[in-house]
Design a protein around this ligand. Structure first.
Ligand code: GDP
Ligand code: MG
Length: 438
């Protein structure tokens, strides 16, 4: 079966190879994304949210100079997926000063034991007093494997050969390790049983009896959408709090993770990137998504955007200061300004003669005014927005009706716009300090 990563990649490369970018190609991309995410068992609500955001942004966002529409859409898809995965790189969030028990669960062969050794080693290097309990009574040699992996680290491993009850082993282990001064305790559990039901029953009983501080689910990056099914089963037995995604170094690129997090609401904390004990990294959503989508140089693309946007901002600001702005840009600029706080506060701080004399009432009205103006601009045609000269009285009537305002409001906006333009043209005479502030 095709993995989520491959489906997403296919959707993007289909989009990249289309000859032009318009509403139709964007809609088609969004449909392909939806289909891929749904096949990948990502929840309907999440799929809806991502695809709405992608569509809206792809159609609305301005294209910075020197950037192709395709690059822009790829960046949007990338950013929306990163948002889904939690944006910020994962944090350890393990206390140092009290006992903290992590029960690690997952299907046999996914890399549970290896990941526990990696995590223990990682924690030790970060100054944690860490110990491990082997509670996999099902797999022969499981405890030997754990000891072998940790041989050179001086990390204690608790085992009780011959004891078949994992709850008993874990209880003994916690007691022993705690009395030896260990604070963070990792528990290796069975990943296979006589049947799936008895395995889940064992995990359920462990959860009930041990009440670990954190349940960490180990998922093999290569298993694709099946990850969702496993995650669901474990999550029902013991609420999963974090995910360890293994084998990110192999050819599979871990599309299953999206499904796993959708089922558990847990975040990916670590990834495994090889078989050695130090092949472990804290999860970084942006790096993961660019691997998933096969985007080679996403950093380069983002940097290109950043520079282009800076350039655009600079050009726009310069043009604005010269009084070169359309009605639409005028209202947008006011809206942007307001993001920095209420306009009334902003204006009163400007080093302009007479500002102190503007009545508070008028300033407060200015804030309300902007929303009204925005509605007015929205109900204008593109021609009217760029060239308000053509707005005659019949147009004013239509615009006012569309925006739900009075005709005099429309006239007032046009008048303010003209005044602002005139003001900016003469503003060159104002002190430089003021220009920098605006
Ligand atoms: P468990 O049955 O879930 O405990 O899995 P193991 O820890 O025994 O690992 C199963 C296999 O996967 C072993 O051969 C590991 O070396 C390998 N493995 C685990 N994690 C990784 C990883 O991040 N990268 C690679 N390449 N192999 C891994
Ligand atoms: Mg194991």
């Amino acid at each position: 079966m095709t993995s989520l990563g491959e489906l997403l990649k296919k959707a993007i490369s289909k989009f990249i190879s289309s000859t032009s970018v318009d509403v139709n190609t964007v809609n088609e991309l969004v449909r392909d994304l939806q289909r891929s995410l749904l096949i990948g068992d990502v929840s309907v609500e999440l799929v809806q949210k991502i695809s709405e955001n992608v569509r809206r942004r792809a159609l609305e966002e301005k294209l910075p100079p020197g950037i192709s529409r395709k690059d822009q859409v790829i960046k949007i898809v990338y950013e929306e997926l990163v948002k889904l995965l939690g944006e910020e790189p994962a944090k350890l969030k393990i206390p140092k000063d009290r006992r903290y028990v992590i029960m690690v669960v997952g299907i046999q062969g996914f890399g549970k034991t290896t990941s526990i050794a990696k995590l223990a080693y990682y924690l030790k290097k970060n100054d944690y007093d860490v110990g491990v309990i082997c509670a996999d009574t099902y797999r022969p040699g499981a405890c030997d494997q754990l000891e072998q992996l940790l041989r050179d680290t001086k990390i204690p491993v608790y085992r009780h050969d011959g004891e078949k009850d994992p709850v008993k082993i874990v209880k003994e282990g916690i007691e022993r390790l705690t009395s030896d001064g260990v604070k963070v305790i990792l528990i290796d559990t069975a990943g296979r049983h006589k049947s799936q039901e008895t395995l889940m029953e064992e995990i359920r009983v462990l959860q009930r009896e041990i009440k670990p501080d954190e349940v960490m689910l180990v998922i093999d990056a290569g298993i694709g959408q099946q990850a969702g099914v496993h995650a669901k089963a474990f999550h029902e037995a013991a609420p999963v709090g974090s995910i360890f995604l293994t084998k990110m170094d192999t050819s599979a690129k871990g599309g299953g993770a999206l499904s796993a997090i959708a089922f558990t609401n847990a975040r990916i904390k670590f990834i495994g990137t090889g078989e050695r004990i130090d092949d472990i990294e804290l999860f970084n959503p942006s790096r993961y998504v660019s691997r998933l989508l096969g985007l080679g140089d996403i950093e380069g693309l983002l940097e290109k955007f950043r520079l282009a946007e800076l350039e655009m901002d600079k050009k726009r600001a310069e043009a604005f200061m010269r009084g070169e702005f359309t009605l639409e840009q005028f209202v947008k600029q006011l809206k942007d300004l307001r993001k920095a706080g209420p306009l009334s506060k902003l204006i009163s701080k400007l080093p302009l003669p007479g500002v102190q004399n503007i009545p508070d009432e008028a300033l407060r009205n200015a804030d309300k005014q902007i929303d009204k103006w925005y509605a007015i601009v929205c109900s204008m045609t593109p021609e009217e927005r760029t060239d308000p000269h053509i707005i005659n009285s019949s147009r004013i009537k239509r615009i006012a009706r569309g925006a739900g305002v009075l005709e005099k409001d429309v006239k007032n906006l046009i008048k303010q716009y003209r005044l602002a333009k005139k003001f900016m043209k003469t503003a060159k005479r104002l002190p430089k300090k003021f220009l920098e502030k605006v």
